[in-house]
Write a protein that binds this ligand. Sequence first.
Ligand code: MN
Ligand code: MN
Length: 440
Amino acid sequence: MNRSDALKTPSGVLANRRELAYRALADGTMLLPAAVIQYQSRDGERRYHPDRELFYLTGVTEPGSVAVLSGSESTFILFVRDKDPAAELWSGPRLGPELAVDRFQPDECYPLSELGDRLPLLLQRSDRLYWRLGRGGEVEPHIMAALAQTHLKGSRTGSGPRGVVDPGEVLDKLRMTKDAHELTLIKHAVEMTIEGHKVGAGKIAPGVGEWEIEAAINAAFRCAGGGGPGYGTIVGSGVNACVLHYVDNDDMIAKDSLVLVDAGAEYGLYNADVTRTYPSGGRFTQPQREIYELVDTARRAAIDFIAPGVSIAEVHDTATQILVDGLVGLRVLEGDPAELISEGKHKFFYPHQTSHWLGLDVHDPGDYARDGKSQILEPGMVVTVEPGLYFRPGQPKTPDAFEGIGIRIEDDVLVTAEGREVLTASLPSESSEVERLIKA
Ligand code: MN
Ligand code: MN
């Protein structure tokens, strides 16, 4: 399947998702605009990054589109850009309202130029408007005008929306559990990612540039037919591995150093998110190995803990517990592990969370806690598990023996009825296997 085929969501799948959204909207109406086109170097268009919420409910990936979804009417009304031969010469063909009807099967479809005129009528019977304020470029002024108009008309035609609510209130919850179509795409993105990581690992050696590893991985992702890297590929060697979102990738890999590679391919707009940390010469030094084994033990324990009914906070606690016990054992931290954790002493070495949701966005939306209660895992949720330890150089708390070591190991995990499926299991993380990948 090439990239454009992967973007075609079956209409039955979309209809199912919209049905769930209509129910959650009740008497509300949701407006989802396409993403705004981004430019670089004045007028150079970047590759278009379609809006994930619009895509999730409608499959629409064309700039300038707006979907209006009514909960009470269970209708999907689509506005698309008019055809414009002059603009299409530069940016490619536009769908136009006629083809959009065939492709996306909205209940009604109109040219975008009619949005302003039609919006007041579409909004007047709904009690809430689901719209993300400040978003959607040229669409928001039409919404403001429509709201003002519905309020002026008052009780003669319905009161109009009384509140503006973020669409995430409805969509985040739906997107947290993936349907079968989404899982197929995520698994495909994971496969591409694993192959790309293997290609990158095979090129790691002292004297090679971080950028060369980045280029090899990104090329592998793109050649496999996906959308390329889903986020800026991180290749951090030596102390750069201690910078959590290092993306410069412009240092040379040194002898006996670690190389942290955090990279994920995008496929059908879905993402994988995988990290491995490699020894540059194919063999961990003793201090590197000690920290590596500790992080990998935490990773395994956190993954084994994942199951329906478990909270996302407990997964993090499981990893943190093991890391802190290990740091006490290595005399990096001193004291009672439980006390150290409650005082947050571990955060100097483990400053981030263990997991995030994964899907259409690399950091997929969805609450991690609500009303003080951690989110409970359910089958169909996809999470990362990514413990790490970072010994930043030049800091008084950093022990000499481990100075400059940065290690993260990240897998993608699907929660299943029985427990879990480690989607990234075929990319080795055990230390001896990781060493073999480098020598390959
Ligand atoms: Mn990552
Ligand atoms: Mn991640």
